[in-house]
Design a protein around this ligand. Structure first.
Ligand SMILES: *Cc1c(COP(=O)(O)O)cnc(C)c1O
Length: 426
């Protein structure tokens, strides 16, 4: 039999760099042929061979209701009939803004954009514009989209300015970006002691989902808040992944720390291109057309995307939604831990709301360097073992996992059984 994924991958590589429109989809880290998805429903999607997978990436977070939720489909179908895009304001943008603000009390105002990258880049510009400062602080392993100033890795010394992680980013463009180790209190204090008066903002994933799943410790998150307040810098929570995913009030709700600016994406679009950033009125009014910080977008607040986002937010706001989702996710995580323990495999895992991470080691990592000590070959064997058994997890060990409301107890049990079988063959 001919593998349709192979055929499509070959065709794709002829016309799209690497055959994909976002690098991690290419399976480069794990090897093998990416699965080309034909359709999805509920907790599943089907590849080009019509093989079914239990989907634990959910489009990297947005599909929190599962695929094709009837209420969301209906809202999108209705919106499509009314027009795709106008380039003029709509009532639905106000409704979505109001819905977001009602759920994220740290924000008085919000601006809608089309991708998380755009939202983080704009929040950064706003922070620099509002403070009149240049320096930004970020953490190794946190991803904030691919804006030039954020594609940085740590320099050689403690609290030194970073080096670009991509060709095409001149060192001058990242010379104001400080890259620190996640959860390293001493380095954080040192950076603010040295550069505090120049720091425009500190941007952080307070529960990081781009170095697998790593929580900021409560003390670390609190210290970020204190230092920003002391030094007049803005604290930016990048909640593109965690917003409406770890809980109805995001990582800020989980940690009880209030940022100045919040960056949102993924879930707020329910699978459509939609993202946002927001914060206190006085800061947000620095944006054009009111203020001097320029930001714009032809498709921003798109009427179909906002319909999808609104319908999604309505469903996740229903009482008990996150309790049920968190319980299900914990069942998965606990089951995987038990399966690994029964087979004598080093393993640990953690979850919050509908987001989880697991590690082929006994400790839960506190930072990127520790995550990256994971045995690549072992991870890849587990990934492909699961894939063969119809379970699709992220094709890289530094990515988080996502459970949706559509996953059933049977799906979770089948996933745990598949993992145990793989562990037993080690
Ligand atoms: C996904 C993600 C982004 C980038 O969003 P895109 O929509 O892919 O541009 C930014 N920050 C975080 C924390 C993310 O997880």
């Amino acid at each position: 039999m001919t593998d349709q994924n192979d055929i499509l991958f070959e065709r794709a590589r002829a016309v799209i760099p690497g055959g994909v429109n976002s690098p991690v989809r290419a399976f480069k880290a794990v090897g093998g042929t990416p699965r080309f998805i034909q359709r999805a429903q509920g907790a599943y999607f089907w590849d080009a061979n019509d093989k079914r997978y239990i989907d634990y990436i959910g489009s990297w977070g947005p599909m929190i209701l599962g695929h094709g939720h009837p209420a969301v489909v209906e809202a999108v179908q209705k919106a499509v009939l009314e027009g795709f895009s106008y380039g003029a304001p709509t009532e639905r943008e106000i409704e979505l803004a109001e819905a977001i603000l009602a759920l994220v009390p740290s924000m008085d105002m919000v601006r809608l954009v089309s991708s998380g990258t755009e939202a983080a880049m704009s929040a950064l510009r706003l922070a620099r514009g509002a403070t009149g400062r240049k320096t930004i602080v970020k953490f190794e392993g946190c991803y904030h989209g691919h804006a030039d100033a954020l594609l940085v890795k740590a320099g050689s010394g403690l609290a030194t300015f970073g080096n670009p992680t991509s060709a095409g980013v001149p060192p001058e463009v990242v010379q104001h970006t400080l890259v620190l180790e996640y959860n390293n209190l001493q380095q954080l204090d040192e950076a603010f002691a040295l550069h505090g008066k120049d720091i425009a903002c500190l941007m952080i994933e307070a529960i990081a989902g781009n170095m697998n799943f790593v929580r900021a410790t409560p003390a670390f998150a609190k210290r970020c808040r204190e230092l920003c307040t002391q030094h007049g810098a803005l604290l930016i929570f990048d909640e593109v992944m965690t917003g409406f995913r770890v809980g109805l009030h995001g990582a800020q709700g989980v940690l009880g720390v209030t940022p100045d600016l919040t960056v949102l994406g993924k879930v707020i679009g329910g699978g459509m291109p939609l993202a946002a950033f927001g914060g206190p009125r006085a800061i947000m009014e620095q944006l054009a057309p009111l203020g001097p910080v320029y930001q714009a977008g032809t498709l921003s607040g798109n009427p179909v995307a906002t319909a999808c986002g609104l319908a999604t937010l309505k469903e996740i706001s229903k009482p008990g939604f996150y309790e049920a989702l968190a319980k299900k996710t914990r069942t998965l995580v606990d089951g995987l831990k038990a399966a690994a323990a029964a087979e004598g495999q080093p393993f640990n895992a953690d979850s919050e709301g509908g987001m989880f991470g697991f590690f082929l080691m006994n400790e839960l990592p506190q930072n990127y360097a520790t995550v990256m000590t994971t045995d690549n070959a072992q991870f890849n064997a587990l990934f492909h073992g699961l894939l063969d058994r119809g379970v699709y997890i992220a094709p890289a060990l530094y990515e988080a996992g996502f459970v949706s409301a559509a996953h059933s107890e049977d799906d979770i049990a089948a996933t745990i059984a598949a993992a145990r079988e793989i562990f037993s063959k080690r």
